[in-house]
Design a protein around this ligand. Structure first.
Ligand SMILES: [Zn+2]
Ligand SMILES: [Zn+2]
Length: 110
């Protein structure tokens, strides 16, 4: 059984550079591309052992856009960015936790 809150019904990159997800529970999340790019948790952006951030927010241009979004099974998405970074995988569970409206924090019942 998949959790409707962390199951994506639709993943949509906008020409403006924003990335939107409509979730199975009907909720919508929209991030500026730069927000998701800065949250990348790949081995080049975050130390795998300590979790220390290697990527500084200033390393990412504000205008960064998703060039391509590739599904990774039902688990998440991989994003190829206009700054040529393409090693990050974004699990849906993490994306929902990153929702800019803060809904993940309000549903702290997990
Ligand atoms: Zn990365
Ligand atoms: Zn939300």
């Amino acid at each position: 059984m998949s959790d409707p809150r962390t199951t994506a019904r639709l993943v949509q990159p906008f020409p403006s550079g924003e990335i939107g997800i409509v979730w199975e529970d009907g909720h919508e999340s929209i991030w500026p591309g730069s927000a998701l790019r800065r949250a990348c948790a790949c081995a080049r952006c975050q130390d795998e052992v300590t979790g220390r951030r290697l990527l500084r927010p200033s390393d990412v241009p504000d205008a960064v856009r998703a060039l391509e979004i590739v599904p990774v099974g039902r688990y998440g998405i991989a994003i190829r960015w206009s700054d040529l970074h393409d090693t990050g995988i974004y699990p849906f569970q993490r994306l929902r936790a990153l929702c800019p409206c803060g809904c993940a924090g309000k549903e702290a019942s997990r």
